[in-house]
Write a protein that binds this ligand. Sequence first.
Ligand SMILES: O=C(O)CCC(=O)C(=O)O
Ligand SMILES: [Fe+2]
Length: 218
Amino acid sequence: MTAPSASPPDGFRVVPGRLDRATQEALRDAIRAVVAAAPLYRPTMPRTGKPFSVRMTNCGSLGWVSDQAGYRYQPSHPVTGAPWPPIPPVLLELWQELADYPAPPEACLVNFYEPDARMGLHQDLDEAEFGAPVLSVSLGDTCLFRIGGAKRGDPTRSLRLASGDVVLLGGASRLAFHGVDRIYPSTSTLLSQGGRINLTLRRVSKVIGAIPDPAIVG
Ligand SMILES: O=C(O)CCC(=O)C(=O)O
Ligand SMILES: [Fe+2]
């Protein structure tokens, strides 16, 4: 008997093909404009200083960065010192439709994967607010995405994410380990040079009164 594959953690939602081709193209162009204002750079790992294989930038009032001092959110680009550009409206609308959270995202991390890039299993833990999901959008080449549970050793399951797919890490899955094991080159025509763009929308700070008070609502 083969080992059963892990069932997805509660709150993990995949919406295949959520963005049609025209929307993907518009979003690609919006991200090009973000990258023109806030260039992709290669972050380094805390302590070791080892470079990531993924290049990154951000849009939003806050951006996620990593360097030898650690992981954190900050309002400006670590190389240029400029504030991050705003999050494109199409992404804010997507958050409103899917996130089920009463405040907008503050950060959108932009990951760019060359064909040989990957992202090791990790949890997204640098936000103060775990009540909001992380909403992820894939553009360009298909990847092999892996998700496990709240502990590093928990069983994992793998799925392919294609251009236009949207994933939500909400509920229990908000703290699940996840990563990207590989990119499948030449699986999309969206990016002329190939590769994969992943966008993650994140609420960083807590919203006071985010949970409606039943005494007021009722
Ligand atoms: O590229 C992906 O699909 C996942 C990215 C991710 O987990 C992250 O940026 O924290
Ligand atoms: Fe992540």
